[in-house]
Design a protein around this ligand. Structure first.
Ligand code: NAD
Length: 370
C-alpha cells in the first residue's frame, strides 16, 4: 500500500529525509518549497516524486505531512494549517531544533483532532540547502519524537515505522525535556563558541598575529560557530527561556572559576581539569559506536605528515581513486593540543574510517581518529 509523504521545505533536512524515506519503495514523496529552484532541483535529482503547486495542495493528500522549514516558519505554518483540508488520519510532524514553541503552535491542530508529533533529527551539517542533502544523514543519529500526552500509541508507532528506514535512533521525549537537554548540549555551547570567536576578533584588532595561532583546540572548540546564523538566530529566539537559565548557571560557574584563578591553588586547579576530563572521556564516542552523538559532528582524521611538497596531493589522490569524498582539508599550524599536522574531514564516520584504512595501507603516515 502506498504511503503519501509530503515534505514542506526541501533544504538539507527535508531533502535528506526525502532521500532516506525513499528507501521504502511504498513511499511516494510530494515536495513543496517556497523556492522554486530548490523544489525543481529536488525533483530533477529524483529526491521527490512530484512538486506540489502550493503548501495546501501538498497537505491535502498526505498520510504524513512533515515541515522541514526554519522553526519560525514551521510555527507560522502550523497555525495556518488549522484551516487546511487534510485527511483525518494524517500525522503531521516537523524537524525543528526547538520543540516547546512548535508544540504550542500545533495546539490548534491538535485541538481539531489532528495528530501532531514533534520531531528533531539530531544530525546536520554546516552546509544548508537541497544541494547538501544526503541519504545517510540521519544514520545512527538520535531522532527525537515529542508526542503530546494524549497522542494515540498507534499513531506514534506509525510515525516510528515510517522513520525506521532513516536508520536514526528513535527516542521519545517530552518537548520541555528536549529543549532543556538541547540547550545544554547544543544551543548554549553554540552561543559560547560564537562568543569565543568574537573575543578573538576583538583581540585581533590589537594583535593581528593572534589569528594565526588560533588553530588546533580553538578551531575544534569553535567549529559550530560557522553554522548558518539565520537558523541559530531562530533557535535562540525560540529557546530563550532555557538559554537564559543556562547562562545564569554558566555565570555562576564562571564566578567559581574566577575564585579558583585568584586563589591560584594548584591542586584545586588540577581537580577542576580532572573532573571535566573524566566526565568528557566517558561521553558517548563517535569512534566507539559510530553514533553521530548529540552534537552535530563532522568526522575528522588527523594525519601526521612530513612537511614536504606533494604530501597533500598524494593523500587526496589516494582518496579520489577510492572514491572517498572529503568535506574539508586543513593544515594545523599550532599543534600543542592536537595530533597530526593535516586534518581531513568527512561527512560520516564510515567514510572517515574507510579513508583511515585505505591511507594506512597505502602510506607510511601515522594517523588518529579523535
Ligand atoms: P535549509 O535552509 O537547508 O532548508 C530550509 C528550506 O525551507 C529552504 O529550501 C527554504 O527555501 C524552505 N523554506 C523556508 N521557509 C519556507 C516556507 N515558509 N514555505 C516553504 N518553504 C520554506 O534548512 P535545514 O538545515 O534543512 O533546516 C530545516 C529545519 O530542520 C529547521 O527547522 C532546523 O531547525 C531543523 N534542523 C536543522 C539541522 C541542521 O543542522 N541544519 C539539524 C536538525 C534540524
Amino acid at each position: 500500500m502506498t504511503t503519501n509523504v509530503s515534505i514542506i521545505g526541501l533544504g538539507l533536512i527535508g531533502g535528506s529525509l526525502a532521500l532516506a524515506l525513499k528507501r521504502n519503495p511504498d513511499v511516494v514523496i510530494t515536495g513543496f518549497d517556497r523556492s522554486y529552484k530548490s523544489a525543481d532541483e529536488a525533483y530533477r535529482r529524483g529526491i521527490i516524486d512530484s512538486v506540489a503547486p502550493s503548501v495546501k495542495a501538498a497537505a491535502k493528500e498526505a498520510d504524513f505531512l512533515i515541515f522541514a522549514v526554519p522553526v519560525a516558519a514551521t510555527a507560522q505554518l502550523l497555525q495556518e494549517a488549522v484551516s487546511w483540508e487534510m485527511k483525518p488520519t494524517v500525522i503531521v510532524s516537523d524537524t525543528g531544533s526547538t520543540k516547546q514553541p512548535i508544540m504550542s503552535a500545533a495546539s490548534g491542530l491538535i485541538d481539531k483532532g489532528i495528530t501532531f508529533i514533534g520531531g528533531h533529527p539530531m544530525a546536520g551539517s554546516h552546509k544548508s540547502g537541497i544541494s547538501a542533502a544526503i541519504e545517510h544523514l540521519f544514520e545512527n543519529a538520535y531522532y527525537v519524537l515529542t508526542p503530546v500526552e494524549s497522542c494515540h500509541s498507534g499513531d506514534l508507532e506509525r510515525m516510528k515505522t515510517l522513520l525506521t528506514v532513516t536508520q536514526g535512533k528513535l527516542a521519545v521525549l517530552g518537548a520541555s525535556e528536549h529543549d532543556q537537554m538541547t540547550a545544554v548540549v547544543s544551543h548554549f555551547p553554540h552561543i559560547i563558541a560564537s562568543s569565543l570567536v568574537n573575543l578573538l576578533s576583538y583581540q585581533e584588532q590589537q594583535q593581528p598575529f593572534v589569528r594565526r595561532l588560533a588553530a588546533g583546540g580553538f578551531r575544534d572548540l569553535t567549529r559550530i560557530a560557522s553554522a548558518d546564523p539565520v537558523m541559530w538566530r531562530d533557535i535562540t529566539v525560540q529557546n530563550k527561556e532555557e538559554l537564559v537559565g543556562q547562562l545564569d548557571r554558566w555565570l555562576s560557574e564562571m564566578h567559581t572559576v574566577r575564585e579558583m584563578l585568584t586563589d591560584n591553588d594548584p591542586s584545586t586547579i588540577q581537580q577542576f581539569f580532572d573532573q571535566a576530563k573524566q566526565f568528557r572521556d566517558n561521553l558517548p564516542s563517535v569512534t566507539k559506536d559510530e553514533a553521530q552523538g548529540a552534537l552535530y559532528m563532522q568526522f575528522d582524521l588527523h594525519i601526521d605528515v612530513p612537511d614536504h611538497p606533494g604530501v597533500i596531493s598524494e593523500i587526496t589522490r589516494i582518496l579520489a581513486v577510492k572514491e572517498i569524498s572529503l568535506t574539508n582539508i586543513r593544515i594545523v599550524e599550532t599543534r600543542t593540543d592536537v595530533y597530526g599536522i593535516l586534518v581531513i574531514s568527512f561527512r560520516s564516520a564510515a567514510e572517515r574510517n574507510n579513508a583511515a584504512q585505505v591511507l594506512e595501507k597505502e602510506t607510511e603516515y601515522s594517523m588518529q581518529i579523535l
